[in-house]
Design a protein around this ligand. Structure first.
Ligand SMILES: O=c1ccn([C@@H]2O[C@H](COP(=O)(O)OP(=O)(O)O[C@H]3O[C@H](CO)[C@@H](O)[C@H](O)[C@H]3O)[C@@H](O)[C@H]2O)c(=O)[nH]1
Length: 475
């Protein structure tokens, strides 16, 4: 009988970081049932319904330890979501340590795998003679940029948005300073310092698991594999194991609406509906919501829109379910005028199921990495409307690099006007450009399926890692 291999996984709170690392864990135990995995889960107050219902899907062959929640009052009010998540994990480090110690005393831990926001927990690996891996739930391009920043930070004195020339990362599309991830916007910020600290620490982990795949980012992945060296010669080991996405959708509280929307989609013609969503917590200002509503109406396309309370309303909170009906923020008469063509859902849709419907022909997305991978897996072309985090960089990759998206929003404080929205939406849904994009998306869809076959690149990478862990004798 194969010996049991013990591994601890440390996610960070927030739906879109929690889900991919736990889905990775599920894949690992499904493919390698002799692994015994314990997830040590930090939390921030009471999780929103989406996370709560997702956590109920953790199968019994994965152990979970839920850490005492961090008090919201111990965190800075109104801070950027990434900062809140990062701080939640930092404040949870003593209880993570305690949990690891107790696990390791029962059976030695071969490896610790931590989400990118939980990277500090990997410092404990040495104490337990375990291997350490960062789970990077984003693109290889983002990983490449994080590593490059260490050098750039030394060489450049201005803010990155003021750089005259685009940054050229090997194997990636050139990127302007203004499109870099949010923590780099102001170099004096604590968020930037943490970002840099994580980048520097990456060289000391035994590997980085990246939620991407060769067929999607071969240039960036190969460059990282070949050139990922530190000055002192230490090599980064990168393991592309993606795409890792949810199998089915997690429901929130309004299941009835969610399943009604699937019924509605089944009755619409093929490729006719634009799905509009800004991720697990993204919102627009009230003025922008109005402009988007008029733009969708003007485009005359069918749509399914997941709407949240405006970012400038009191009810907007990235980490909590809003207690108001977001539909009341729509322009007067909009729902009545568009009832034959569109459907607006309050706050949450079963996104994975939505994208699977053949009637969905486009996705107006904020370009969160999970949404991108889910869209690619279903071959759905994208209208890119980045909001924060690394979304503008993802938008550049999709539009300028892979040419599977049309970018609609370019500047942080820009209000995108209805005429422009209507034009771009029409172009994606019925124009010639849209046709080309659809064909290129189909190629990526096939690539994603190939990477996940038994002999595919990502499954082979996972088997390689599993083999290393099984044969690990301690350091
Ligand atoms: O109504 C909804 C809205 C979202 N989702 C799911 O929520 C996830 C959203 O993830 P993502 O598209 O990555 O967006 P964010 O929630 O905004 O993700 C954060 O984390 C990502 C991974 O690091 C980053 O790429 C993003 O920029 C960052 O904002 C996806 O799995 C969606 O399927 C739903 O199921 N229903």
């Amino acid at each position: 009988m194969a010996k049991t291999t013990h591994i601890a996984v440390i996610p960070s709170p927030g739906f879109s970081h929690l889900v991919p690392i736990l889905e990775f864990t599920k894949r690992l135990v499904t493919n390698h049932p002799n692994f015994h995995i314990t997830c040590i889960i930090p939390s921030l107050g009471s999780p929103p319904n989406s996370s709560k219902s997702y956590l109920q899907t953790i199968p019994p062959n994965i152990n979970s330890i839920f850490l005492p929640p961090i008090n919201k009052h111990d965190l800075p009010q109104g801070a950027y979501p990434g900062v809140i998540i990062q701080l939640t994990v930092t404040l949870s480090l003593p209880s993570i340590h305690q949990a690891l110690k107790s696990l390791n005393s029962k059976a030695p831990l071969v490896a610790l795998i931590a989400d990118s926001f939980a990277f500090e927990a990997l410092d404990f690996a040495k104490e337990f003679n375990s291997l350490s891996y960062l789970y990077f739930p984003s693109s290889a391009m983002n990983l490449s940029l994080s590593l490059h920043l260490v050098k750039l930070d030394e060489e450049v004195s201005c803010e990155y948005k003021d750089l005259q020339e685009p940054i050229k990362l090997q194997g990636c599309v050139p990127i302007h300073g203004r499109d870099l991830p949010a923590p780099t916007k102001m170099r004096s910020n604590d968020a930037y310092k943490k970002f840099l600290q994580r980048a520097k620490s990456m060289y000391f982990f035994d590997g980085i698991l990246c939620n991407s795949f060769l067929e999607l980012e071969s240039g960036a992945i190969k460059a990282l594999e070949e050139k990922g060296h530190h000055e002192n010669g230490k090599k980064i080991s990168i393991f592309p194991v993606g795409p890792i996405t949810q199998k089915g959708s997690s429901a929130s509280s309004n299941d009835v609406d969610e399943f009604e929307c699937l019924k509605w989609l089944k009755n619409q013609p093929q490729n006719s509906v634009l799905y509009v969503s800004f991720g697990s917590g993204g919102t627009l200002s009230l003025r922008q919501i109005n402009e988007l509503a008029y733009g969708l109406e003007l485009s005359d396309q069918r749509f399914l829109w997941v709407l949240r309370a405006p970012s400038d309303s009191v009810s907007a909170d990235y980490f909590e379910d809003a207690n108001v009906d977001p539909l009341k923020f729509l322009p007067k008469g909009f729902l009545e005028r568009t009832k034959e063509k569109g459907l607006v859902l309050a706050s949450w849709a079963p996104q994975v199921e939505v994208l699977k419907q053949s009637s969905v022909g486009g996705f107006l997305s904020h370009c969160g990495w999970n949404s991108i991978l889910e869209s690619i897996q279903e071959g759905v072309p994208i209208v890119a409307w980045p909001l924060f985090a690394e979304q503008a960089m993802n938008a550049v990759m999709l539009s300028d690099g892979l040419e599977v998206a049309i970018r609609l929003k370019f500047e942080d404080d820009e209000i995108v006007e209805k005429e422009k929205i209507a034009k771009v939406v029409k172009c994606l849904m019925e124009g010639e450009e849209g046709k080309g994009i659809r064909e290129r998306m189909k190629v990526l869809k096939d690539g994603a399926a190939k990477a996940l076959k038994d002999d595919g690149s990502s499954i082979q990478t996972l088997s390689y890692l599993a083999n290393q862990w099984e044969n690990f004798g301690g350091i």
